[in-house]
Write a protein that binds this ligand. Structure first.
Ligand SMILES: [Zn+2]
Ligand SMILES: [Zn+2]
Length: 250
């Protein structure tokens, strides 16, 4: 069990493998989770519309499920879930995966990512491309913060989203609006230890609106699976209750 102070985690619900842009195979990630004492590991590769980093096709998630099923028994102490980190590809909150694939996943992550194939010309002009230059211009930043928030909240309302990955990383989002929607839908907000961004604001927004959090590694290497100590230190410093963290032991 990973521990740092009083908040400990039994699960890491966000890791990548060689099926997308991770460096480890599913077996290597599961072995790493086992060595770190995690009880639950989720394998959550990027969807197919992420340019250069996604799985080959939506059906790849079914192949990952088959591979993980074949590995069952090799690491009996770890329960393995197979999910997807799906990009929000439409301004209305549309995700990049079809419903029949989503229905077969153990968990669904929705996240804003800058580099993906947009669904339409309108989305390209008003969502994908402006987000690439969002840091260069203050008025673009404010406009895209509004567009991004609507898109992510739309995804939370329209899909069975377990949690939203790294909200606020690279693409601006109104965290209060998001936390309010997440609280209603019982969707968590992620504190992602694999990236540097303003995680404190996520914790504050979740606390203000009564939303739950999840702390994940977003590991792209087996060595970083279960590296969650930064998250427990942050939650303890801000006095966020472990009962409101879906992968915390309490
Ligand atoms: Zn991500
Ligand atoms: Zn990720």
């Amino acid at each position: 069990m990973r521990s740092c102070g009083t908040i400990r985690f039994f699960a890491d619900y966000h890791t990548h493998t060689t099926y997308s842009d991770g460096r480890g195979t599913p077996a290597e990630n599961i072995q790493a989770a086992s060595l770190k004492g995690l009880e639950v590991l989720a394998i959550t590769d990027h969807g197919p519309k992420n340019i250069g980093t996604g799985v080959a096709s939506p059906d790849t998630f079914l192949a990952i499920k088959e591979e993980v099923a074949e590995l069952a028994g090799r690491f009996p102490a770890v329960k393995v879930l197979v999910g997807a980190e799906a990009a929000v590809t439409g301004r209305d909150g549309r995700l990049e995966l079809p419903d029949h694939i989503i229905d077969q996943l153990d968990l669904l992550i929705a996240g804003l990512h800058p580099y993906y194939l947009p669904d339409s010309l309108g989305d390209a002009l008003h969502f994908t491309l402006p987000n690439l230059v969002v840091r260069l211009n203050r008025s673009v930043w404010a406009k895209m913060r509004n567009t991004n928030t609507k898109a992510l909240v739309g995804a939370v309302h329209h899909y069975p989203v377990s949690f939203t990955s790294h909200p606020g990383l690279m693409m601006p989002v109104d965290l209060d609006e998001l936390a309010r929607a997440c609280a209603v839908r019982e969707t968590s907000l992620e504190v992602n230890t694999g990236h540097n961004y303003n995680k404190e604001e996520i914790v504050h927004a979740a606390a203000r609106w009564g939303a739950k959090l999840v702390v994940n590694s977003d590991a792209h290497f087996p060595a970083t699976v279960g590296n969650l100590d930064e998250g427990s230190a942050l939650l303890e410093r801000l006095n966020f209750p472990a009962e409101m963290v879906i992968n915390a032991v309490h």
